[in-house]
Design a protein around this ligand. Structure first.
Ligand code: MIG
Length: 766
């Protein structure tokens, strides 16, 4: 009756190195504790395990230092125990479950692992009472995903994003489960098209399914969300520190059509005293959409343009698509053909598809030599001075027919197209989800080579788990709708919980025409997004900050001023993300996982541990409800203290959104210049909110790779508040010298004092 296969009963088990191997009647299991709280579970019905692939996760099992564990046998059960968790395995069925002490039972199989005809695999887990689910990569809809069926298959959804629009550009099969007292995560380690059903098909059961490959997943025990994210950074890698300018405001449009137009837009930012760090050039800078070329008429002197803009304090970011125009007179096409770098069909011919340049071919980024070639070809951009590359269309998208013939329907490469290095040949079906990730990798690694000691900036639309190692990520083509401003919050928060900290949406919305009020509200939230870019589609109304008149422009300026003032704080959060995998923009549940009110709170965000923002997400609103979790909070704008643990009504005039600092915070602020360039010797302001807390301020030169060689400074501020008063102490480590300078210490409710910061440890009473 069954058309699927299960493991049957256990026959024998033994420990081999770091792995408990169990033979079942019809399958084999490998349980590998990688740390005391991170365990890999791997099943195969086959004789052999799939070999590790060159495109696999950052860290192989063998690269983890050995961790102590014990194996015990009880009636009917084999138990593997580390210092933090135990894994319970039913001998009769192979069902696996986890526990971390009484009451902390989690990720328990609801059925034996199953293999279906055709190679599909399925794992089913019980959903425990009170469990809530987050992460899952890029999605529309609400923050919490119970009741959703989520597809992992990178694509351009090509219609207005919303709760029913799935899959999207990015595929990350990672989720975070939170309930009072316990957070844990699961990474479904499988590159095929996959589906995670969160109690939709069967209430109370979460299933992990994939079209092929092994039943292979990692379970990361918290108990805090931060611990779970730490494990993903170990397995998948963390974000490298971007150049500081990439944290500034980026201005984009499809397209600034000529060099003069780009110059004018940049000049307008300076004339109006609006801070900005980057101008983006969309596809029209190219000659007929040929990648790694410049249009000779509209961009006659790219190096001159970039040099002029740099003098004004801007970097230039250029878009690159994977589709290479099939034009016999075009060097990139010729080279790629000669070297056999383009993906072929199963029948052996080079695979063609229509994208922006019309008839195009597609590099196989899974092969290291193809990545190296593509990365080097970015020289056409870096020679002109470009320091950032924006990778688009890399799901990859293939249109149904040329735009000139009314095309635009979205498809992709054939599933049976062979891909990968000769000794690891597979088909597109297995690695479709990795196309964008590997294009971003080619771009990042190429820029690392080309830019010498300078840090590259890369941006990608598509990606897979671990994309944070190679690029920042934006959420693709949203609309200039209030609903999409509202959707941006849960969307970005879930990306952060999926291990991708450097994320943003197009400020003002991509499709459709923005309005002044929407732009003002959007940038108030947008100024807190890790990636802060205003971008809009061809054919839409202009939406640069000044387009809607002085009031909106003033609001835009205020929002950017806040972001630029916060740079020392924000840059430190980027450093933390690079070290630990922590998100930069966080849902409240990240820091308050025991407070069930936070479980569905998706219209407020935390920026790092200290700041809570309540953006306005509807037109005409001058006030909104704000939930402050337990503890004390300070109004950022007025300094007024508020008790947490409930809702209050906050005033929210167009000029600013409600913003709060948590008691116990130390928030470092810098001066606001035209861009993010550090101003050595400038005073550093510290906003101090009495209470108990710490903050690590990270500083370096902001531009080079010297930080990888120890040229950084970490200043640890420790805040203690007793009846005797408020005590602030700090000490610095690392070889970078940010001072001498003065510290302007502003203590909420107590006034301001100035002290010299000469690099020596200090303790002062405030
Ligand atoms: O088919 O390059 O998401 O940001 O402006 C559209 C043109 C191609 C899609 C990207 C968008 C970009 C646009 N691109």
């Amino acid at each position: 009756m069954t058309d699927y296969q299960t493991p049957g009963p256990a026959r024998a088990h033994h420990v081999e190195g770091q792995t408990l191997r169990v033979d079942f009647a019809a399958a084999r299991l490998a349980l590998t504790p990688l740390t005391d709280r991170l365990v890999r579970v791997r099943w195969t019905p086959a004789e052999r395990w799939a070999p590790r692939r060159s495109w696999d996760v950052a860290k192989a099992d063998a690269d983890f230092p050995a961790v102590p564990f014990t194996v015990a046998e009880q009636a009917g059960e084999i138990t593997l125990t580390t210092g933090a968790v135990s894994v319970h395995l039913a001998r009769a069925s192979g069902q696996v479950g986890f526990a971390a002490g009484p009451g902390r039972v989690f990720a328990v199989d609801a059925a034996p692992v199953a293999w279906e005809a055709g190679g599909a695999v399925r794992v089913a887990k019980h959903i425990a009472g009170g469990e809530h689910f987050y992460g899952f990569g890029e999605r529309g809809g609400l923050l919490e995903k119970t009741g959703r069926r989520l597809i992992n298959c990178t694509t351009d959804p090509a219609r207005a994003h919303g709760p029913d629009v799935d899959p999207m550009y990015v595929a990350i099969q990672i989720y975070l489960s939170v309930r009072p007292g316990l957070a844990y995560g699961v990474f479904w380690h499988n590159t095929f098209r996959s589906v995670i059903d969160v109690g939709r098909a069967q209430p109370g059961v979460l299933t992990l399914e994939a079209d092929g490959g092994e039943a292979d997943y990692y379970v990361a025990y918290g108990p805090s969300p931060a611990e779970v994210l730490r494990s993903w950074a170990l397995v998948l890698g963390a974000m490298p520190l971007p150049p500081r300018w990439a944290l500034g405001h980026h201005q984009s449009r499809w397209s600034y059509l000529t060099a003069d137009e780009a110059r004018q837009v940049a000049a307008e930012f300076r004339r109006r005293d609006l801070p900005c760090d980057a101008i983006h050039l969309d596809i029209d800078y190219m000659r007929g959409y040929r990648v790694f070329t410049w249009d000779p008429e509209r961009f006659p002197d790219p190096a001159g343009l970039v040099a002029d803009l740099r003098r004004e304090g801007f970097e230039v970011v250029t878009i690159i698509d994977p589709g290479v125009k099939a034009d016999p007179d075009y060097a990139i096409y010729q080279e790629g053909l000669e070297r056999d770098y383009f993906i072929r069909t199963a029948a052996g011919a080079v695979a063609h598809g229509v994208v922006w340049p019309d008839d195009s071919v597609f590099p196989d980024f899974l092969r290291p030599e193809v990545r190296a070639w593509w990365g080097e070809r970015q020289r056409a951009l870096t020679e002109a001075g470009v320091r950032g590359v924006w990778n688009d269309m890399n799901e990859p998208v293939v249109f149904d027919r040329p735009f000139s013939e009314g095309g635009g329907g979205v498809g992709t490469l054939p599933q049976d197209a062979p891909q990968g290095p000769a000794d690891e040949r597979t088909t597109h079906a297995e690695v479709h989800n990795l196309y964008g990730l590997n294009m971003a990798r080619a771009s990042y690694e190429g820029l690392r080579q080309l830019l010498g000691d300078e840090r590259p900036f890369t941006l990608t639309r598509s990606g897979y788990a671990g994309l944070q190692r190679w690029a920042a990520n934006w959420m693709g083509d949203n609309h200039a709708w209030w609903e999409h401003l509202e959707m941006a919050l849960p969307q970005l928060l879930n990306m952060g919980l999926s291990g991708v900290p450097f994320v943003g949406v197009d400020i003002g919305g991509f499709n459709d025409n923005c309005t002044g009020e929407l732009l003002a509200r959007w940038v108030q939230f947008g100024a807190l997004m890790p990636f802060c870019r205003n971008h809009a589609a061809a054919g839409t109304a202009r939406q640069e900050p000044w387009v809607f008149g002085p009031q909106v422009e003033a609001t835009y300026r205020a929002a950017l001023t806040l972001r630029y003032r916060l740079l020392p704080y924000l840059y430190s959060l980027f450093w933390e993300a690079a070290q630990t995998g922590a998100p930069i923009l966080r849902p409240l549940l990240y820091h308050f996982p025991d407070d069930p009110v936070t479980y569905n709170l998706q219209d407020q965000v935390l920026l790092g541990p200290a700041l809570l923002a309540a953006p306005v997400l509807r037109p005409g609103q001058a006030a909104r409800a704000v939930y402050l979790p337990a503890g004390e909070w300070y109004d950022w704008h007025t300094g007024e203290k508020r008790a947490g643990g409930g809702y209050h009504l906050a005033l929210a005039p167009l000029e600013h959104m409600p913003l709060y600092a948590r008691a116990g915070s130390v928030v470092p602020l810098g001066p606001v210049g035209r861009n993010t360039a550090p101003e050595p010797g400038a005073p550093l302001t510290l906003r101090v909110y009495p209470g108990e807390g710490e903050f690590a301020l990270y500083e370096d030169d902001g531009r080079t790779l010297a930080y990888e060689r120890g040229e950084w400074a970490l200043t640890r501020f420790v805040l203690r508040t007793t009846e005797a008063g408020v005590r602030l102490s700090w000490s610095r480590s690392g070889r970078f010298a940010p001072g001498p300078r003065s510290l302007l210490i502003q203590v909420a409710g107590l006034g301001t004092l100035t002290v010299a910061d000469d690099g020596q440890p200090r303790t002062i009473m405030l």
